[in-house]
Each structure stands twice: as structure tokens, then as C-alpha cells.
Design a protein around this ligand. Sequence first.
Ligand code: PEP
Ligand code: MG
Length: 316
Amino acid sequence: VRAALAESSGGPGRTADGVAVQLLANVGTVEDAERAAARDVEGVGLFRTEVLFLDRETAPTVAEQTEAYVRVFRAFGDRKVVVRTLDAGADKPLKFVEVEPEENPALGVRGLRTSRKHPGLLADQLTALAAAAEQTGARPWVMAPMVATGPETAAFTAQARAAGLATVGVMVEVPAAALRAGSVLAAGADFVSLGTNDLTQYAMAADRLAGDLAELLDPWQPAVLQLVALTGAAGAAVGKPVGVCGEAARDPLLALVLVGLGVTSLSMAPAAVPAVRFALSRTTLATAQAMGAAALAADTPEAARAAVTALADPEL
Ligand code: PEP
Ligand code: MG
């Protein structure tokens, strides 16, 4: 019954009282994006561009990248597309990037940090994104991964704007960036997007790939939700969008908590969208805010889930 109800309605994400919460797709390849474009989603909230760079001996040229971005932008037309710049390093090593062996790759030169030693990689990617935007008339949102500080945000956003990109932001997936989200936004980000996979890993000091640590890696952990709340409040204070593009967004009850904590868009695997849309449609913003407060007041993920379930529409 629940699945049938969830599938029966479509369209943009809205709370029961009509507050818009964009429902977006996470995509990992051009083909993925083309498939997602045929689904009932409001756009792309996370285009992971690593696949263009992995398993190659050399970096893709600006022309090769432009062609790929053009296909994605064409597929989505007027819909929003958020592109993440290369998130290399750690679990995603690149053959043509010489990375000295690191003791702790997850804490090493990865994400935006890669561009310190290899500035050409990011410069070329931004050039290709701007060229694809120009060719298609698209207005992509572009964000950098693994940003920790305001100055890193300032440097990235300035470089992206200089390349010709209009809407520029950063991911919040390092606890430092969440704790200082106000500074990150003030440093020049038009928006932020919470990567709850890495945010959870770093907040809980638990390797995201370590199955034995599943309990610590639960995005319902109150400490993680507190970082989300800080980021949501910082975004609300200046009226800038705060998205979530980590796995947390696909859990309907947790999605409500995220919205209650100030999140304005949710990005997930397209298959997860209908259930989240349905949960939103059954919940007012005030109830979502009460859920957010209840989750923050809980001491454990289990207690948070129970408190939120008690506030939820019985259909959920
Ligand atoms: C995240 O960290 O939550 C995220 C969306 O990025 P990725 O999973 O690609 O690291
Ligand atoms: Mg991440």
C-alpha cells in the first residue's frame, strides 16, 4: 500500500503545507544521468565526475570533458544540475596523479586538496564545464569536494567564477566546514551540499568502508545531525540553499529530520525519490522541525529513530 501510494503521486517535492524541497538525483556517469533525466526528478543534486578520470593513463582533455558535460546538460534541459569537481585520492586513486603513499589516505591529499599539486586538473575541468554551459545555455551549479575552511572556499569559488561559472558552492563533508558553515558561506559559496557519507565518517572517526563499524556510521548519530543542524542554520541565516547528497537523504524519515534541520534539497538514487516525496507530502514543515529537534535531543540513533517515528504520519 505504501509503495503504491508513493508511486501514485509525482512532481516536485513539497511538504504537506506546500514548502518546496527539491528532489534530485545522484548520478555517476553520463549514461546514468541520461537515464535519471527520464525519471520524475527535479534535476541532479550530485554528478560525481570521477568516472571521467578513473582507469585512464592520462587526464581527459578539455574537449573530451566538454562533450560529456554537454550530454548531461542537454539531458536535463532547464532542470538544475549540480556538478562536483573531481574527488580523487584516498579510495579513488588516479593513475596520472602521482600520489606519494599516505599513511591515512582518507585524511590525505584528496578532493579539492589534489588541486594543490595538480592545479591543471581543476583548471581544465572548470574550463570544460564553462564551455559546456556556454554551448548548451545550461546554468550548472558547480561544487568542490572535501573543503575544510573558509579560505579554501574563497579560493575555489573565485577560480570557478573566473572560469565563467555563475553558481558555485562547496560540499560540507568535513566536520570543520559544518562547524564553520557561516564562514564557508561568507567566503563566497552560493550554496552548500552536505555529503553525509564522509561527514559521518569524519565526525565518528570511522572508516566508511568498515562494515564492523556500521553502528558508528549510522547517519542518525546525533553528533552527525548536530553538524547538519549547524549547517542548516547557517544557510537559513543568509538565505542560501543547503542540500544533502549523501546516503542519508534516501531514508524517508531521516529526510524529514534533515528538512526540519534546515535542508532545502535532497539528492539520492532516483529509485529512492518516490518514497521520500511521499513522506514529505505527509508532513508539515513544523512537524519536520519537531522531528529535527527530537532527533537532536536523543542520545542514540535508536532513540532518535523512535522519537521521530512517534511524530510521523502513521502511513510512513
Ligand atoms: C558523501 O561523502 O556523502 C558524498 C555524497 O560524496 P561521496 O560519497 O562521493 O564521497
Ligand atoms: Mg564525499
